[in-house]
Design a protein around this ligand. Sequence first.
Ligand SMILES: Cc1cc2nc3c(=O)[nH]c(=O)nc-3n(C[C@H](O)[C@H](O)[C@H](O)COP(=O)(O)O)c2cc1C
Length: 204
Amino acid sequence: MAAIFIHGRTREQGFSGTINLAGIRAVVEAVNNIPVIGNGDVTTPQAARKMLDETGCAGVSIGRGAFYNPWIFQHTLHYLKTGDLPAEPAFADRVRVMWRHLDLMVEVFGEELGCRMFRKVAPWYAKRFGPANEFNKRVVQISTKTEFQEVLENYLRWRRQFLDENGELLPRFQPPPLVASFMQEPAVARREQIPVPQGPVEVW
Ligand SMILES: Cc1cc2nc3c(=O)[nH]c(=O)nc-3n(C[C@H](O)[C@H](O)[C@H](O)COP(=O)(O)O)c2cc1C
């Protein structure tokens, strides 16, 4: 089976800037016989819905969003079917899946290479951990699972300062909700205040 997967940014943009939904739509319209799958910044079920609706693509593919929320596929299917948005996973569940991911990489690539490759992956998971610099700084040095365990244990101790008595992140340390680049209003519409020149109003 053939399909086209189209990412809505140029290579120069890397992961920054906005996904071009109109560009994905143009590909969907130009292709007749095979499915076109949209990609880029689908980090929430609502973003999947918007990309499907606005581009007419046959499906979406999800990269980083799966590290931010490993249940995103299940959650997106549920949301598309019912309109209900499941809650984001708990920190402990994210850590459990991150560990399983490392175990599987070690199984496939061997301990040293698997761990070295995981240096790139772990910080994607950490984006949803709240404060994580202590983790990110050290996880990029691991070469064994024991080292990963030490980094994680050290991080869990360090992270306690950001928690309330129930072990939940204090509100001011919670990461803001994920919003895909193409879900935001254009900058002008988002402005809360229109910038005005300094000085008394009568003068201008
Ligand atoms: C850890 C990681 C590894 C990736 N590896 C590849 C790859 O081997 N080949 C590829 O074409 N794209 C690769 N990509 C790019 C993704 O396929 C995808 O196009 C990109 O991440 C944008 O989608 P996203 O916004 O859902 O992450 C990778 C992305 C990430 C985050």
